[in-house]
Design a protein around this ligand. Structure first.
Ligand code: GLU
Length: 442
């Protein structure tokens, strides 16, 4: 009887594409390769994870309010679906690119695997500055983009969600457009094609704050190792969008103190060493005005970027764009722990300095996975036609993310590796097992 070769007997897969030092995707693939080395993962798993499965680019016209038409560029990158449907956000940002989308899609694969969600990873978006569009333009752009996506997305195939520059309103339009461009009387039951929707449109309790809430659960679980007391813990935030604002508000409600914040308009901090910024009030101000600029609270001072990063804190949380923490900034930091709120915030050079300076470094694929986890809960609720209360959402999120944090800590101890590599190891171990069990078709 002929013996079918097992995946481990296969010849090595094709080598990866040449490395571009500017590429965010190459940076993400490096992290995957480090973890594959630790796991001694088969070559073909490395090669599969080293490229997205599908990369789509759409150029589509939108009529602006002044009557002119403008062509926009949209993306959807489906990185991997061995564990389940593709899943990940849609970003509206002037710098959105194919390469960034590929890195962000890879990180979604890692997050879902690390959280043990039955999802693969994807990411997409449009190269646009949403602040420059009117509400109507934003709606037309979203509807046209969704129509262009067509069968690229689907409730059990690829499920978009909010990311930088998008929100529940945009998800509602996306869902509505998908439903209206599909046939059949059951189409109203397909709301789970998109997560992160508003509550009346099928969104979940707790989705808005989920990423911030998840960061807080991870910190509660892991900070004791760094001898930091949660009560009275002092922290600073780079970025005060959805992730930053919710992280700060939840931390404040638990007794932690926000000491300094910086966003695209500048930085502020408490003038006194033991003072603090009122996080909830700042979040209300940002919700109204769009930035921290003009926030008025006595005892605060405006600061430049260097002063912000040098401000002494227990925990520093970058919750902004990719690669903002450079080597120089890593040298300035005065914190015991850096908890990554945004995706890929540090350059590889910064990573090395942070490790050398013995700063605790909690990776984004662990810290910020609360968002996709509650997206999964939204999808499950939509599919089952049920609604969970907030306390159930929070309790389930806590279980999922704390278990992931424990798995990461265990892998770090077991292999004597840093937390970031341990997070990739934990994620890829799960994916690897799925590939070995299933084999490669045919
Ligand atoms: N955009 C978020 C992320 O980067 C959430 C993705 C989702 O909910 O699917 O994790």
């Amino acid at each position: 009887m002929a013996i079918t070769p097992q995946p481990t007997d296969l010849p090595p897969a094709e080598p990866l594409t040449p490395k571009d030092p500017e590429s965010l995707f190459a940076m993400a693939v490096d992290a995957v390769n480090r973890a594959c080395d630790v796991l001694n993962a088969p070559d073909y798993v490395r090669a599969i994870l080293g490229q997205p499965k599908n990369e789509f680019i759409f150029n589509f016209p939108v009529q602006l309010d002044d009557g002119h038409y403008k062509i926009f560029k949209g993306y959807r990158i489906q990185h991997n679906n061995i564990l389940g449907p593709y899943k990940g956000g849609m970003r509206y940002h002037p710098e959105m690119s194919l390469d960034d989308g590929k890195a962000l899609a890879l990180w979604m694969t890692m997050k879902c695997a690390l959280m043990r969600l039955p999802y693969g990873g994807a990411k997409g978006g449009v190269k646009v500055n949403p602040r420059e569009l009117s509400v109507n333009e934003l709606m037309r752009l979203t509807r046209r983009f969704t129509a262009a996506l067509g069968e690229t997305i689907g409730p059990d195939h690829d499920i978009p969600a909010p990311d930088v520059g998008t929100n529940s309103q945009i998800m509602d339009w996306m869902m509505d457009t998908y439903l209206n461009t599909h046939e059949g009387s059951e189409r109203q039951a397909l709301k789970h094609v998109v997560t992160g929707k508003s509550l009346p449109c099928g969104g979940s309790e707790g989705r808005d704050k989920a990423t911030g809430q998840g960061i807080v659960y991870v910190l509660q679980e892991l900070l004791p190792e760094f001898l930091i007391n949660f009560e009275g813990m002092r922290f600073s935030l780079l970025g005060f969008g959805n992730v930053g604002a919710h992280t700060a508000t939840v931390l404040e409600s638990l007794g932690a103190k926000l000491v300094a914040v910086m966003d695209h308009t500048g930085g502020i901090r408490s003038q006194h060493a033991d003072g603090f910024i009122r996080a909830k009030e700042l979040a209300d101000h940002v919700a109204k005005t769009g930035s921290i600029k003009g926030y008025d609270q006595s005892g605060l001072e405006s600061i430049d970027s260097e002063t912000f990063f040098r401000t002494p804190v227990d925990v520093f949380i970058p919750a902004a764009m990719e690669r903002m923490i450079t080597k120089q900034i890593a040298e300035w930091l005065d914190c015991k722990v850096l908890a990554e709120g945004g995706n890929g915030p540090c350059t590889p050079e910064a990573d090395a300095i942070i490790a050398y300076r013995n700063i605790g470094h909690l990776p984004a694929i662990l810290c910020n996975s609360g968002g996709v986890t509650v997206s999964y809960f939204e999808w499950v609720q939509n599919k089952a036609g049920v609604r969970w209360e907030l306390d159930r959402v929070d309790a389930e999120l806590k279980k999922v993310i704390v278990n992931a944090a424990r798995r990461v800590r265990l892998a770090a101890q077991q292999f004597s590796i840093d937390m970031s590599t341990a997070a990739y190891v934990t994620a890829i171990d799960h994916i690897n097992k799925a590939y070995i069990q299933r084999g490669i078709f045919p």
